[in-house]
Write a protein that binds this ligand. Structure first.
Ligand code: M6R
Length: 610
């Protein structure tokens, strides 16, 4: 979604704002803007449709400089990605605002403000905020009081940065429902939608809490909670380094992140397994008591994280012998599900800020689910803070919109959960030991899967001029086929669908001809012979097969078929390894098609609105 940055310092903050926006660009990227209070005490603004580099050029051209400023990268929700809709929005040259979130009562406020004589220059929901703040300042309130009053009148979600020429050294920020961090350095302070934006300027952060408002100047800051009380918030030291969000030798973040998977998985396992067992303490001191009561699991998530949840369901039922259901969070939150006693709600999310997943969790709590566990990649994210138990995936920052290392580390984390629950439901020590051994070998197996890169690159040529593709899998590898299809469609814009291979004959087989590549994942498991029959059905109808198969598996798919072998791997962790070639395939097809791989059209990394 949108990203915001703000700064107050005794130096020109424009380079900090622009660099911060570049680091946040993965959140939204249809337009960008920044405003500062310049040396003449005037609000000076630059806005541009397109990427941050367009804004950077504009800021240089108009000589934008100032010691206090706010900036924004936009992913359009209300109004097209035009210059006039880009933030910051300004009211009567006096107040400027950047906003991430959605104001649900904006129409009502707009009507009211129009009657009061305010002129609108954009179609955004944000513009009502700046008018509302101005309105309160016009009635004698200072900028802090005006923000406090205005946010009380807003319905919906917001993270705000506000500056005004009436208080030239004061940056006000507020959050409800959208993430916001306060960065602390020596007599300079920053705000941003996430830590990664500010890493070059500080490692010290406060994660503002729901309803917090902060009043920030170069000589310090004050935070007020949602009831207006002054509060102290803990300062965190970030371990992120600037390199973690640099491209290095890679041409795209997605490729970098695909190659980071062996290390990411090592990190996810670090300190959490020992002597063939999962260490329960990894889930927190209260975990054992909570897990003892769990009789069923319900998983909610979106997109790629949902696919990880689907794999989790296969594992939880087949390995841990525990009933499990899984669904997309956007459906769950409105579905009025029946809650069974002692059911654990598990949320999966890379960002921990996905609006549907957070709302799903809150709904689950309201409905009376036993306890909650978040499997998440971003510490201190909203999801993490709202959950009883947390297992961090430790994938490191994932910048590419297409999720890769976050997915495979979610699968690893999910397996750790399966094992700690399984031992309470009849799973043997031997099973746990064997799976832990497989987990330990995963980084090496993934290194081997990455060796397929060149051959996949050659094969990708075949996909680049196609309009459709089918992905097939069975059992826990069916969600892997779904994930492969999602990767291909989101970055190459080729329509791709996944089917449980056994379902093919119930309809999709009608689509098969030489123009549709059919990709299948074929680990060596008890469903292999069934999968082979499904593949025969495809090749008998002239379909062209691309099969990723375990080395021990002999698949015949007709003379046109391409069979690529993946290092022999135990069935329990095969979905993790088979994800890799599908990620590489999507990447290389998109590369040939020349799409914007890290920032595919119409998408945002973190979907913080409904
Ligand atoms: O941050 P989350 O894991 O909650 O995000 C959920 C989805 O928006 C995300 O997985 C999305 O589907 C990815 N872009 C897919 O690659």
């Amino acid at each position: 979604m949108c990203g915001i940055v703000g700064a107050v310092a005794n130096r020109d903050v424009v380079p900090i704002l622009i660099d911060g926006l570049k680091r946040l660009e993965y959140r939204g990227y249809d337009s960008a803007g920044t405003a500062v209070i310049n040396g003449a005490g005037v609000i000076h603004r630059a806005r541009k449709p397109g990427k941050v580099k367009e804004l950077e050029a504009e800021a240089e051209k108009i000589k934008l400089h100032g010691n206090i400023g706010i900036a924004h990268t936009r992913w359009a929700t209300h109004g097209k990605p035009t210059q006039s809709n880009a933030h910051p929005h300004i009211c009567r040259d006096k107040v400027a605002v950047v906003h991430n979130g959605i104001i649900e009562n904006h129409e009502e406020l707009r009507e009211q403000q129009k009657k009061q004589g305010y002129e609108f220059t954009s179609e955004t929901d944000t513009e009502v905020i700046v008018h509302q703040i101005f309105h309160h300042m016009d009635q004698g309130e200072d900028i802090l009081e005006a923000v406090k009053s205005a946010v009380k009148e807003l319905e919906g979600a917001y993270a705000l940065g506000v500056i005004s020429i009436d208080d030239r050294d004061r940056l006000i920020t507020a959050r409800r429902g959208s993430p916001l961090v306060l960065g602390i350095a020596d007599h300079e302070y920053f705000i941003a939608s996430d830590v990664a934006a500010l890493i070059p300027v500080t490692k010290k952060f406060i994660f503002l809490e729901e309803g917090d408002i902060a009043d920030i100047k170069t000589d310090g800051f004050t935070i007020y909670d949602m009831d207006g009380n002054r509060v102290e918030r803990k300062i965190h030291e970030s371990k992120l380094n600037a390199d973690a969000v640099e491209l290095g030798k890679y041409s795209h973040y997605m490729l970098k992140e695909i190659y980071e998977q062996p290390l990411a998985i090592t990190e996810t396992l670090e300190g959490r397994i020992s002597n063939g067992k999962v260490l329960e303490a990894a889930f927190g001191p209260e975990a054992a008591g909570i897990f003892d009561k769990v009789q069923g699991v319900h998983i909610i998530a979106c997109g790629t994280s949902y696919h990880a949840g689907m794999v989790g369901r296969y594992w939880l039922e087949s390995i841990a012998n525990i009933p499990c259901s899984v669904e997309v969070a956007s459906e769950f939150r409105y579905r009025k599900p029946v809650v069974r006693k002692n059911q654990l709600i598990v949320t999966l999310s890379q960002s921990g800020e996905t609006a549907d997943t957070i709302a799903g969790l809150l709904e689950a709590k309201r409905l009376g689910f036993g306890s909650s566990l978040a499997i998440c990649n971003v510490p201190e994210s909203s999801l993490v803070r709202e959950s009883d138990l947390v297992l961090m995936t430790r994938a490191g920052p994932e910048i590419g919109v297409a999720s890769t290392k976050a997915f495979t580390t979610q699968l690893v984390a999910m397996m750790l959960l399966v094992l700690v629950l399984g031992r309470r439901h009849g799973m043997t020590d031997e099973t746990e030991r064997n799976i832990v051994t497989e987990l330990e070998q995963l980084p090496r197996k993934i290194e081997n899967a990455l060796l397929l890169d060149d051959v996949i690159k050659q094969l990708s040529v075949y996909f680049a001029d196609k309009h459709n593709a089918l992905f097939l899998g069975r059992g826990a590898n069916y969600p892997i086929a779904m994930e492969g299809a999602l990767k291909l469609k989101e970055i190459s814009y080729i329509h791709a669908e996944a089917y449980a291979a056994g379902e093919l004959k119930h309809g999709p087989l009608a689509l098969i001809d030489a123009t549709i590549p059919v990709v299948a994942v074929a680990p060596n498991n008890e469903l292999l012979e069934k999968l082979k029959s499904n593949l025969q059905e495809v090749s008998a109808r002239g379909g062209r097969l691309f099969v990723f198969a375990d080395t021990s598996v002999d698949v015949k798919g007709g003379e046109d078929a391409h069979i690529l072998h993946v290092d022999s791997i135990h069935d329990s962790v095969a979905p993790i390894v088979f994800s890799i070639p599908l990620q590489l395939l999507a990447y290389h097809v998109a590369l040939i098609k020349g799409t914007d791989i890290d920032k595919p059209r119409n998408l945002a990394k973190s979907v913080t609105v409904e």
